[in-house]
Design a protein around this ligand. Structure first.
Ligand SMILES: Cc1ncc(COP(=O)(O)O)c(C=O)c1O
Length: 428
């Protein structure tokens, strides 16, 4: 088969010179600006075109830079919500952007039917970052998908059907992930069709029988107000799983990748999981789902058990490697720990009765009043923070390299707001 370009026919005109990298970058920037401007000129709204399934903040963002994001009117905000716990190394990290951009120019995508050195490097990097018993990784595109893979593999491996999940759980919006998600708000849309889940009480050891394939839980239930598991409970769950041949799935979609000040919650709690699932932070903003698999299960996986066209594509692998490089070079896992301590000190200094939940850069701030109006008021003061399903808990999930000045400014703004709107206080 000929792979070289055919020779030019005699008398053919010479091909036009390829545009320079500089001129292409200029053209790309002007196209991006023009596409953005068209929306303003036409007065288009997302709801005119996007399926209206999201409850959106009143924010139109156009750029990010580290821990700050810029809105369409030219106002910068401190992003203490981290783009929904995604911006692990900050927005538009220059090295990350350069690596992903360079890879896009070299080779954008080929599926898993071929080998690619970057895929090998990305998988090795993830496995080396993970607890030692998790010796293989399956890459997909989202947190829900990562959980689907773990649930499916756990059932297949054990030959059992039942999965135990806990009140307050959130594991994603696909069918199997929703089946182990507790809130009716999320589950109702998919009924009927969710089955083989047994519900258990958070903090208790469920009864296990010979049909229980797996227990799934988030070590920290972020959406549920940063409800944090205790070490003793996690270890007792592990022991119960071992005694019953049940597998333990830790959903670390929010807690992984150093966000807690440890690589994974499994490291922080020193508990062995048969699967750890991740997503959000894994690619520093590139969509990636990660299912880490224990050696004993991985050894039995075979051809055809699982697949994903886009999983482990070249751009995704470049994003994973760039994110890990920055994490290492900037010492961000340690930094996350420092951020957690700094937030705790800053808030307790100015807000009496504040309760801090979580660790590192995955924090819940429990107040003795509903946080919804505060979240909105903070936005007006230039801070993006999150609410949660607990009306009294505000969530902070900033980039691990968030500057301490942002935390100081946030603590002052929150304290001033609490002093200025006592009328909104309600009993806790
Ligand atoms: C703990 C947890 N698991 C799973 C998911 C689902 O991830 P995704 O939205 O990427 O499918 C989320 C999303 O917020 C999550 O917080």
């Amino acid at each position: 088969m000929r792979l070289d370009a055919p020779a030019a026919a005699p008398g053919a005109t010479a091909p036009a010179a390829a545009p320079s990298a500089d001129s292409l970058a200029t053209e790309a920037a002007s196209l991006l600006d023009a596409w953005t401007a068209t929306v303003t000129e036409r007065g288009d709204r997302e709801a005119d075109w996007q399926l209206a399934t999201y409850d959106k903040l009143p924010l139109t963002l156009v750029r990010g830079d580290g821990s700050r994001v810029l809105d369409a009117s030219g106002r910068w905000y401190w992003d203490l919500y981290g783009g929904h716990a995604v911006a692990l190394i900050g927005h538009a990290h220059p090295l990350w952007a350069a690596v992903v951009g360079e890879q896009a120019k070299r080779f954008t995508f080929y599926s898993n039917v071929v080998y690619q050195p970057l895929r090998t490097a990305a998988c090795r990097t993830i496995v080396e970052f993970a607890p030692k018993n998790l010796t293989r990784v399956f890459l997909s595109n989202s947190g829900a998908e990562a959980n689907e893979v773990a649930l499916k593999m756990a059932r297949h491996h054990t030959g059992r059907k039942t999965v135990i999940s806990f009140d307050g759980a959130f594991h994603g919006r696909t069918a199997a992930a929703l089946a182990v998600t507790a809130s009716e708000k999320y589950r109702n849309y998919s009924q009927p069709g969710l089955s083989h889940t047994r519900w258990a009480t958070w903090g208790e050891i469920p009864e296990l029988d010979d049909d229980v394939a797996a227990i799934i839980l988030e070590p920290i239930q972020s959406l549920n107000g940063m409800r944090t598991a205790t070490r003793a409970w996690l270890h007792a769950l592990r022991a119960a799983c071992d005694a019953n041949g049940t597998l333990l799935i830790l959903d670390e979609v929010q807690s992984a990748w150093g966000r807690l000040g440890a690589n994974f919650a499994a490291d922080l709690y020193d508990v062995r999981a048969d699967f750890i699932t991740g997503a959000k932070s894994a690619g520093g903003g590139f969509p990636i789902g990660v299912t880490l698999v224990d050696e004993a299960v991985a050894d039995k996986a075979k051809n055809g058990d699982q697949g994903s066209t886009f999983g482990a594509g070249a751009l995704a692998c470049a994003a994973i490697l760039a994110t890990h490089h920055v994490l290492r070079e900037e010492g961000l896992v340690e930094r996350a720990k420092a951020v957690g301590a700094y937030v705790a000190a800053a808030l307790t200094a100015v807000i009496p009765n504040v309760e801090l939940r979580g660790y590192g850069c995955l924090l819940g701030v429990k107040l003795d009043q509903p946080v919804k109006p505060l979240v909105a008021a903070l936005r007006d003061h230039g801070f993006i923070v999150g609410g949660s399903d607990d009306p009294h808990v505000m969530r902070l999930m900033p980039p691990l390299n968030v500057p301490f000045e942002a935390i100081d400014a946030f603590a002052s703004a929150l304290a001033a707001l609490l002093a200025s709107i006592p009328a909104s206080r309600s009993p806790s």
